[in-house]
Write a protein that binds this ligand. Structure first.
Ligand code: GAF
Length: 353
């Protein structure tokens, strides 16, 4: 029997930049999808989260619009790419909240893929697994995501943040200061990535690049956007500024300047809110309050449209910020949000138990 621990992720800065091949800075976090699994002929999995069993044969893989599509997608992409595997039986659990913008889908895809890689001796490298999982999500599940989530789930490193160029896939690990706490805050608003708002932004980014004759957003300056329609100018202007902020954030963290790093995160949030239209009243509330109560910086994390926000907070203030923000949030929205104090963690791991 195998046990797989597959983390979630938060992205600290570099939001909505990956699908135009820009820069991102995520970390894998110590909230996990846990899969216990063995080889079998068919596929039979029980989810402790949705409390039901899904079963299918390897020759009957069709999308069913339920949580097991992330698993079907992995079997589908392996076959598409010529890797031969048998089936599995397994139980999925863990403490990574589902649908809160912490990459529970990438985490599940990679839990299954990492198990199959080990059990059937596929010898896939972590980066190959990340790319396969992204393809499964794009072409089977139908979510046009970039590589951010899958990359963070496989390449996470304990105590470190990653700086990733999503074009070259070159990455650098930067130690995250041990006296700074990462606080994740779930708004209670479920997020649907397959929704049209995400695809629309991806389309605008791709059309802009085509119009400019550029391959990646890294090569674009804001002045070059002046002949574009105003929505395109506004959306892509955000992406250009965000890429620049990520480079500054990387430099700040390299030199231990957490204060500047935090300010860049908060600037990213307000640019996302005002110019990329992906924030919400709840996310804005959290960011405003977290900063007011002493966070170095805060922003929405992942796609936005609800989901979660992340704050980095001096360790001695972390519990107070968590409590005070929660308290104010409950009074304002009449809803008890979840918060998690998380640490940068290693990527997906498989062991025999
Ligand atoms: C989601 C997507 F899956 C990522 O690829 C990325 O675009 C992110 O939204 C926004 O930064 O998590």
């Amino acid at each position: 029997m195998y046990r797989v621990d597959s983390p979630g992720r938060v992205n600290l800065i570099g939001e909505h930049t990956d699908y135009s091949l820009g820069y991102v800075m995520p970390m894998a976090i110590d909230l996990y999808t846990v899969l216990h699994a063995q080889k079998d002929e068919r596929v039979r999995v029980y989810s402790q989260i949705s409390r039901d069993v899904k079963e299918f044969g390897l020759d009957e893989i069709r999308k069913a619009n339920d949580w097991a599509d992330y698993i079907r997608g992995i079997f589908w992409i392996l076959r598409e790419e010529g890797h031969s595997v048998g089936g599995m039986k397994g139980i999925i659990g863990g403490d990574l909240p589902v649908g809160s913008g912490l990459s529970s889908s990438a985490s599940l895809e990679l839990a299954v893929l990492a198990f199959l890689n080990e059990a059937y001796g596929l010898n896939l490298l972590p980066i190959e697994m990340a790319l396969l999982a992204q393809k499964a999500e794009n072409d089977f599940v139908g979510v046009p995501c970039g590589i951010l989530d899958q990359f963070a789930v496989v390449h996470g490193k304990k105590d470190h943040v990653m700086f990733l160029d999503t074009d070259t896939l070159r990455h650098e690990y930067i130690r995250f200061p041990s006296d700074v706490q990462v606080l994740v805050f779930y708004t209670g608003v479920k997020r649907e990535l397959a929704g049209s708002a995400y695809s629309e932004r991806r389309k605008v980014a791709e059309e802009t690049l085509r119009f400019l004759g550029k391959r990646t957003s890294k090569e674009v300056e804001e002045e070059e956007l002046r002949n574009l329609p105003s929505l395109y100018r506004r959306f892509f202007g955000y992406i250009v500024r965000e890429n620049r902020r990520v480079l500054e954030a990387r430099d700040a963290l390299r030199s231990g300047d957490v204060r500047t790093f935090g300010e860049l995160m908060t600037a990213s949030h307000w640019d996302l809110a005002r110019n990329y239209d992906v924030s919400s009243e709840e996310l804005d509330f959290f960011v405003r309050k977290a900063v007011e109560f002493g966070a170095y910086g805060a922003k929405l994390t992942g796609a936005g449209f609800g989901g979660s926000a992340v704050a980095i907070v001096p360790e001695e203030l972390a519990l107070d910020v968590a409590m005070r923000v929660t308290d104010e949030y409950v009074r304002h929205f009449n809803w008890e949000p979840d918060y998690h104090l998380v640490s940068p963690s290693d990527g997906v791991s498989v062991r025999r138990v």
